[in-house]
Design a protein around this ligand. Structure first.
Ligand code: GLN
Length: 485
């Protein structure tokens, strides 16, 4: 029997004990294996893990697992991030059983830091969705209430961290897929600046928006995870060669007014009259807490916020239609040969391989890019995207360091209740802006409504994750247990 108390300690502390030889290299992995069995991460339970093999992970413990920053720490990885010797299916029939011939840069960096990967996590097919109900392998359940969704598209990663099976997990973000499930599940989720983390080996959805993100049970777990994977990568030309700050530098700052001099903006567009009063009250409490820590709270405006969802649902499907053209029955995964000739094979493969939401996005994207519609939709959307980016640039140039908003408009909703795709798309109303503007953003628990977690979102200027973490650490410490009440 393993020592389950290991999972109650921060990843950094456990790794330090493994490095010091106080704990055996396998201690955290064994605890993860037992937790995974007892909460049933597989299809018979949460259906959060599509592939789970602790023995396989044990074999992959290397010499780095005795001295790295993540020495011996199990990290769950979303199933659209390429790993060696385990499947990468993107939650799609199209890639059933597909095993990548190379591993993603983020995975290589996890391994180099001593981490082990015991599982690949469930997700909305090709990361399109906000509930993990769009997986070809069945929906993931919310760990606190099986009738509810964990959010999505990285719902499997969020669920395993919230269920206490791993302290850290990787997800991906195109419009909110790490922050939204983090908020629903009551954990921390970070989307870094566009260009901060390599996308090499992340299966492309919308390349101008996609980023790998990190889940943590605490701010420190998430900061440590990001620290390991961040930085320029010659294999991804969109990564930026900017210095990576020490994201954990402010973790121990206490004292009376640790946030003195920090200006926290509250954008009025994220607090519409329709916002649930209970959610508004929790955001007010978070703002009061920040004020008590010495921060100045300033009301600001990001006037183009309401255009984010329409713009996102033109840009993201347009890029997806082009990225997903590679799944043609020839190059990867599934091939259905019952059609007539080459064209018939393409049609049969793609109709059989893609689920309804992915098909809808491809159709939408092909439409907005087609002759005669390109100028009316895609070009205009790109112009409006620029306005959204400028909104953020203006606010951060005016002396605001971070923004505080709700992460989502609601708490975790009941499975099967959002049938209209547009209603589902509105789940990302407060998150898609950061992806369009390329700024870093994170969600952390700030309280509960009727027992269900609520996330507070912090956003910062491009490449200023350090300030975002400084505020997040202070808020987490000051809220204490209140963050989960
Ligand atoms: N829910 C959004 C979508 O369906 C965002 C997904 C994501 O961030 N990968 O596109």
């Amino acid at each position: 029997m393993s020592d389950r108390s290991i999972l109650a300690r921060s990843a950094a502390d456990v790794a330090a004990d493994i490095v010091a030889g106080v704990l055996p290299t396998t201690a955290a992995l064994d605890a993860c294996r037992d937790a995974a069995t007892s909460v049933q991460v597989g299809p018979e339970g949460l259906n959060a893990a599509l592939w789970f093999d602790a023995a396989h992970a044990r074999e992959s413990l290397t010499s780095a697992s005795m001295h790295g920053a993540l020495a011996g720490i199990p990290v769950a990885v979303k199933d659209n991030i390429a790993t060696l010797r385990m499947p990468t299916t993107c939650g799609s029939r199209m890639l059933e059983g597909y095993v990548s011939p190379f591993e993603a840069t983020v995975v290589a960096r996890l391994h180099a830091a001593g981490a082990v990967i015991p599982m690949k996590t469930n997700m909305d097919e090709f990361a399109m969705g906000s509930s993990t109900e769009n997986s070809a392998w069945g929906p993931t359940k919310h760990p606190m209430d099986p009738a509810r969704v964990p959010g999505g598209s990285s719902g499997g990663s969020a669920a395993v961290v919230a269920a206490g099976v791993t302290r850290i997990a990787l997800g991906s973000e195109t419009g909110g897929s790490v922050r939204q499930p983090a908020a629903f599940c009551g954990i921390v989720g970070v989307k870094p600046t566009y260009g901060r983390v390599s996308r090499h080996g992340l299966v492309a959805f919308a390349s101008s928006l996609d980023q790998v993100g990190v889940f943590g049970q605490s701010v420190d777990d998430a900061a440590l995870g990001l620290q390991v994977i961040a930085g320029v990568d010659p294999l991804d030309s969109t990564t930026v060669d900017a210095p990576v700050a020490d994201y954990r530098a402010t973790r121990d700052i206490t004292g009376d007014r640790p946030l003195a001099g920090v200006v926290v903006g509250r954008p009025l567009e994220y607090f519409p009259a329709s916002l649930d009063p209970a959610m508004r009250a929790l955001l007010d409490r978070a703002a009061d807490t920040l004020r008590a820590l010495g921060a100045e709270i300033r009301d600001v405006s990001l006037p183009h916020t309401d255009l984010a969802i329409p713009v996102y649902y033109i840009v993201a499907p347009a890029e997806a239609s082009s990225n997903l053209a590679r799944f043609d029955g020839v190059r990867y995964g599934l091939r259905v040969d019952d059609g007539d000739g080459l064209r018939g094979m393409y049609e049969a493969t793609r109709s059989r391989g893609f689920g309804p939401e992915v098909t809808r996005r491809i159709l939408l994207g092909t439409y907005v890019l087609s002759a005669g519609y390109y100028d009316a939709y895609y070009k205009r959307a790109m112009a409006v995207r620029r306005l959204i980016t400028d909104d953020f640039a203006r606010v951060f140039a005016s002396g605001v360091h971070v923004l505080l908003t709700p992460t989502t408009p609601t708490t975790a909703f009941l499975a099967g209740t959002k049938k209209d795709p547009y209603e589902m798309y509105l789940s990302d109303i407060f998150t898609a802006t950061a992806n369009l503007a390329g700024v870093p953003a994170m969600s952390q628990p700030i309280g509960r409504i009727e027992g269900l977690p609520v996330g507070g979102q912090l956003l910062a200027a491009q490449f200023d994750e350090a300030t975002m973490f400084r505020v997040a650490y202070a808020l987490e410490r000051a809220l204490g247990e209140e963050a989960h009440r």
